[in-house]
Design a protein around this ligand. Structure first.
Ligand SMILES: Nc1ncnc2c1ncn2[C@@H]1O[C@H](COP(=O)(O)OP(=O)(O)OP(=O)(O)O)[C@@H](O)[C@H]1O
Ligand SMILES: [Mg+2]
Length: 708
């Protein structure tokens, strides 16, 4: 009663104050943001039109890795997640821990004495408690309590039930046990508001290391201000934008099973780097870079027995004309012959060394740099010299070499070089070579490219697709490793692609190339290769599983110290240029063929003689009658031929007016045509020389005015 009176008097006082009276009639922020009603049920709250349900966590897995909460942090539905961390005084905890350890030890001893089976859960708990005790005594770990609540918003009850089930099963998949905060939904909601209020107070003991692993923002970002788009970060949907030239070296390796998108990624990267003026050099053993190369106006150099493109492995590098040029060349030729002839004995090496120097000498080339401008010898010169020598070892070498000069493998690398790297994208295709000489060809091409690279400093990427060809021989593997190691100094990024992970990683040089590559991309892997990969790349169990189950163009992207799960995406225009799907390529070819046929039909229709006119006499020359675009000058009807046009074509080219045969014309027009024909006569002669008539060669303005 007393209280009431006091309250009444307080109200009276407030009513009396004019400020309070005014405030009562005014809208406050709370009035604006507050919902019209809050309905609290057993298992949900309804605030305004939104339903909420709170879940709390009671059990955690025994061991957790970094970012173990990511499935729930990056959950597809929006959630309100609250975590409370309560530091606990170590001393009290240590006392409790000692008691607890004593209790558990007693339990175990009693069970042992009674001859009962020992409960493994108690053994595990005792182990954990002892290690925690040790860590805490040493001061390595501190003790905390941790609360974890999740509030699920939904537009209706069905959605609420569905999302709750999904949240519970997601938590279950990471071995987290959750429960509904039944009858405490209001407290649950309040605990998940950003107020720092824990109204549920359901906590669990944790040490510092475990606590640190709950930090929610661990998905690393690889979004730089410069660089190209590699793909989408699958942890958080951000973009992976990166410039490989910002790392300590610009080398990259791409490993994956066949058909999982290695070449696709590399082609995409090449197209995007091209836009920034980076020069691309590609070794393509499958002829799959052709479409892309043609689309960007690159040079596509295809090697085969009959092709015109030749590389002479005896070429001397122009860049370092110095005393050692010849010595270096001879060394590189030694490697080449080792690959070609399947190894050399020390005696053979010595004979070859002498023969190589003598071959150069026969062309006037000695260690003196001034002689290096002379035309270098070719393979046949060496072969002839070896044959002529009266030495059994030389004869043996010549015999082994013969098939490259006169035999089945001749015609590619036994003539003077006739290729130049002049465009921003050069593809060296080796598919048409026999399998036996492909590794040799790739080595020679690589050597050629490497010499050119060192001539001039430029930002370049060198792509070696199917690099396992080179890993087959220790000598070519060593060469690739040498390129990887020295590339940085020449502003070069080497991209090595291989589907044969086992072979690549079982070679010492292969592993060294991996360690010399700042960017490493692993796409879908086979179970056979994953264990070796796990060791080489220090993959976690989760990453291992991700690679085994990865879809097309999905995998892990390692850049320096960062690694993220990546999904490689291309624009439809890019996809068209880089896909190797036979189905898509066939569909594209058919489309192009149809277009071509359509075009030919149109051209044929245009070349037909004009039908007789049947228009009423005396009608004026009117633009509408002609159905010809007003701005089109007569000369625009001249076609450009990609080949030299035939006489007949040239005749129609000049004489046919730009009118479709279907148009009915009156006599006035026919007259005009004859005049046009007359005016076009001087141009015809020029055209007969095989030149398409330039558009500027318009007829006399007098005639043109009739059309325009
Ligand atoms: N990210 C992607 N998005 C869409 N399609 C892709 C993606 N990656 C690859 N593909 C498609 O998958 C197929 C195989 O890709 P790709 O040729 O790059 O495989 P690969 O790993 O280089 O195989 P191989 O080792 O046999 O050369 C192609 O048809 C390509 O179009
Ligand atoms: Mg490929």
């Amino acid at each position: 009663m007393k209280m009431l009176t006091r309250k009444n008097s307080k109200i009276k006082k407030e009513v009396d104050s004019p400020g309070a009276t005014l405030a009562k009639g005014m809208l406050s922020v709370i009035d604006i943001i507050a919902p019209s009603a809050i309905e609290v049920d057993f298992n949900h709250t309804k605030i305004g039109n939104t339903y909420f349900r709170t879940v709390f966590v009671t059990g955690y897995p025994r061991f957790v890795g970094a970012n173990w909460l990511s499935p729930i942090i990056n959950f597809e539905h929006s959630l309100q997640i609250s975590m409370f961390y309560y530091p606990i005084e170590s001393k009290g905890v240590l006392d409790d821990l000692r008691h607890k350890i004593g209790e558990m030890e007693a339990t175990l001893r009693t069970e042992q004495e009674q001859g009962k089976a020992i409960d493994p859960a108690v053994v595990a708990a005792l182990e954990d408690a002892k290690s925690l005790q040790e860590q805490m005594v040493k001061g390595v770990e501190k003790f905390y309590q941790f609360s974890f609540y999740i509030n699920i918003p939904a537009a209706n009850l069905e959605e609420l039930v569905r999302v709750t089930k999904k949240v519970e099963s997601t938590l279950g998949s990471i071995m987290v046990i959750s429960k509904l905060a039944t009858l405490q939904m209001e407290s649950g909601f309040q605990s998940c508001m950003p107020l720092g209020l824990d109204k549920l107070l359901i906590s669990r003991n944790m040490d510092t290391t475990s606590l640190a692993s709950t930090f929610p923002f661990t998905s690393s970002e690889l979004t730089a201000n410069e660089g190209i788009l590699y793909g989408i970060n699958q942890h958080n949907g951000s973009l992976i934008i990166f410039d490989r030239f910002t790392l300590e070296n610009a080398n990259s390796i791409v490993f994956a099973k066949s058909g999982s998108g290695k070449s696709y990624l590399v082609k995409l990267e090449a197209l995007r780097y091209l836009m920034f003026g980076t020069e691309m050099l590609i070794i393509d053993p499958e002829n799959e870079y052709k479409t892309m190369c043609e689309a960007v106006g690159g040079d596509y150099i295809s090697f085969s027995q009959n092709s015109v493109s030749k590389i002479n492995p005896f070429d001397l590098a122009a860049y370092e004309r110095g005393s050692n040029t010849l010595g270096n060349k001879v060394m590189s030729l030694h490697t080449l012959f080792k690959i070609m002839l399947g190894g050399l004995s020390p005696i053979e090496e010595a004979v070859l060394d002498r023969a190589l120097l003598a071959t150069y000498q026969s062309k006037g080339i000695t260690v003196n740099p001034d002689t290096h401008n002379q035309t270098p010898p070719v393979m046949e010169d060496l072969f002839n010299l070896l044959q002529r020598a009266k030495d059994p070892v030389a004869a043996q070498l010549a015999e082994k070499m013969e098939r490259f000069i006169h035999g089945s493998l001749s015609g590619i690398f036994d003539q003077q070089s006739n290729i130049f790297i002049k465009s921003n994208l050069t593809v060296f295709a080796t598919r048409d070579l026999e399998d036996a000489i492909r590794p040799i060809a790739i080595f020679i091409i690589l050597d050629f490219i490497w010499n050119r690279i060192r001539q001039m400093l430029k930002k370049r990427l060198l792509i070696v697709d199917e690099a396992w060809y080179l890993m087959q021989y220790p000598d070519s593997a060593m060469f690739l490793y040498a390129v990887a190691k020295r590339a940085r100094k020449y502003y070069l990024g080497l991209t090595t692609i291989s589907q044969d992970v086992e072979d690549f990683l079982s070679s010492d040089y292969g592993r060294a190339i991996v360690t010399n590559s700042s960017i490493q991309v692993l796409l879908k892997q086979s179970t056979a290769a994953i264990d070796r990969l796990q060791k080489v790349f220090y993959l976690s169990e989760g990453e291992k599983r991700l690679l085994l189950g990865a879809g097309l163009g999905e995998g892990l992207f390692f850049a320096g110290n960062n690694h993220v799960a990546i999904k490689i995406v291309a624009a439809p225009e890019e996809h068209e240029l880089i896909t190797t799907s036979p189905k898509e390529i066939l569909a594209k070819q058919q489309k192009e063929q149809q277009k071509e046929e359509q075009r030919e039909k149109e051209l044929a229709a245009r070349d037909q003689p004009l039908p007789k006119t049947s228009v009423t006499q005396g009608s004026s020359i009117n633009q509408d009658n002609l159905n010809v675009p007003q701005t089109k000058p007569i000369a625009a009807s001249v076609r450009t031929f990609s080949r030299a046009p035939s006489r007949q074509e040239l005749a129609t080219q000049v004489t046919a007016p730009p009118i479709t045969p279907r148009i009915q014309k009156d006599e006035g027009i026919q007259q005009l045509e004859q005049e046009v024909e007359k005016n076009s006569q001087p141009n015809q002669q020029a055209n007969l020389h095989g030149q398409a008539m330039p558009l500027e060669t318009k007829p006399e303005p007098k005639n043109e005015s009739a059309y325009s």
